[in-house]
Design a protein. Structure first.
Length: 140
């Protein structure tokens, strides 16, 4: 293999794997932008957040958020979200969930998920007593 060809292959591999930042960010103000690629709504306040992104060239990421504010109007405006029965709800977390994420028993929350296929890992949990919301999703 000629040296120029080898250098081209190495440069392509480096560019492919490093075209985005990867890592884990805890309670970083930029986590909303990282997760949703949009500004945070002004009527939502983030209490805690974790965002993780792999260095893989495809999109592999996970997030956990605890939010307060106008949760119902801001988050439930998506018509594909439906309330799920907590008894049959699959709570498939990416890794170990943070301690602050939905610390009460599942029955203390309204649980929401997407109806569209393929089945989504997204879950929104709204505390029945104080409207604090927790949501998580991941894609590998």
């Amino acid at each position: 293999m000629r040296l120029a060809h080898f250098i081209t292959i190495v440069c392509a591999a480096v560019l492919t794997c490093s075209c985005h930042r990867s890592g884990t960010w805890n309670d970083d103000p930029k986590n909303w932008q990282r997760a949703f690629r949009e500004r945070m709504p002004t009527n939502i306040g983030v209490v805690h957040s974790v965002y993780w992104r792999s260095a893989h060239w495809t999109y592999e990421a996970a997030y956990y958020f605890q939010v307060t504010g106008a949760v119902r109007s801001a988050l439930l405006s998506d018509t594909n979200l439906v309330r799920l029965e907590t008894i049959n709800t699959n709570m498939d977390f990416f890794g170990e969930k943070p301690e602050w994420f939905a610390p009460k028993p599942l029955g203390a929350y309204e649980v929401w998920g997407y109806t569209n296929e393929p089945p989504s890992k997204f879950r929104l949990l709204i505390d029945k007593t104080n409207e604090t919301a927790f949501f998580t999703d991941y894609q590998l």
